[in-house]
Design a protein around this ligand. Structure first.
Ligand code: JBQ
Length: 272
């Protein structure tokens, strides 16, 4: 896979040399090219932004440097196979999900255009929307100063899905949020040696060697975490994915079975 990033802060992308993504690059599985947007400015101050038409606070990124940069970086784009996906991080984009990570991982070429918070002149997105597949994406509902950190997040989520990048092909299967993971539950706690640390013991069942009981324990813990941290995942859980023990545990945790077999927080639990 080829990845281009066009940014006014190339140093911000240095972490792409480290760890999983860095190793994938070193092995030739990922071709990452980081470009400085200011290389495509022509004035003395290398200006990339200007005040917004219509007024308002902050600055907007000018279209010309982005246009020249995108034309240069994507010059080799061909129709069909090598059609790049333009990934535009923005707080007003579609939520970035594992599903989108999988979709992007199946494409040969991603081009990222992280911008400062107020964003890029809209005409740039329109112009390239005609030539490439454009995905405007947000990594979450909080305030960031720019799109560079979202690029790091998205590239890591995508890179680990590329064939051969993760050592063990099995490692994908149980990911929380992986399609087909434990019925979209969060993962429970994990433990390793020593079996006792500062007088804290590893749950006995995990040392028992009883695979059925271990699986049940893990599933119960996954439900406890998911009800506590992500009740929305329980609410949209497919009732067919719930066994008898799951239902009993949810009831014990204060959830009630609805007429359609789904679960909802009982009135008393919602009040809290
Ligand atoms: C978003 F993608 C961006 C770009 C700039 C600021 C942002 N703030 C919150 N979430 O992912 C985002």
């Amino acid at each position: 896979m080829r990845i281009d990033v066009i940014t006014i802060f190339p140093e911000y992308l240095e972490p792409l040399n480290v760890s999983l993504v860095g190793k994938a690059r070193a092995r030739g599985q990922l071709d990452v090219r980081v470009h400085n947007l200011r290389d495509w400015t022509h004035d003395r101050h290398n200006t990339v932004d200007d005040s917004p038409f219509g007024g308002g606070p902050g600055m907007v990124m000018k279209p010309e440097p982005w246009g020249e940069a995108l034309d240069a970086v994507t010059a080799e784009a061909e129709e069909g196979e090598r059609r790049p996906v333009l990934v535009v991080p923005t707080p007003s984009g579609l939520p970035f999900t594992q599903e989108l990570a999988v979709e992007l991982s199946e494409r040969p070429w991603l081009v990222f255009t992280p911008a400062r918070y107020e964003g890029i002149d809209r005409r740039v997105i329109e112009e390239y929307g005609d030539r490439f597949d454009v995905r405007e994406v947000s990594i979450g509902d909080y305030v960031l100063a720019g799109g560079e950190a979202p690029v790091l997040v998205i590239v890591e989520a995508v890179a680990r899905l590329l064939p051969g990048v993760l050592g063990n092909a099995e490692s994908h299967r149980d990911d929380s949020f992986a399609p087909g993971a434990m019925a979209d539950l969060l993962e429970g706690p994990v433990y390793t040696k020593p079996p006792v640390w500062r007088e804290r013991e590893v749950p006995e069942v995990l040392l028992s060697g009883h695979h059925g009981k271990v699986a049940r324990f893990r599933r119960d813990e996954a439900f406890r975490r998911t009800t506590a941290n992500r009740p929305d995942l329980i609410e949209r859980c497919d009732p067919a994915a719930l066994d008898k023990a799951d239902r009993a545990l949810l009831a014990e945790l204060g959830w009630e079975e609805l007429p359609d077999g789904r679960f909802g927080r009982s009135a008393s639990a919602v009040e809290e």
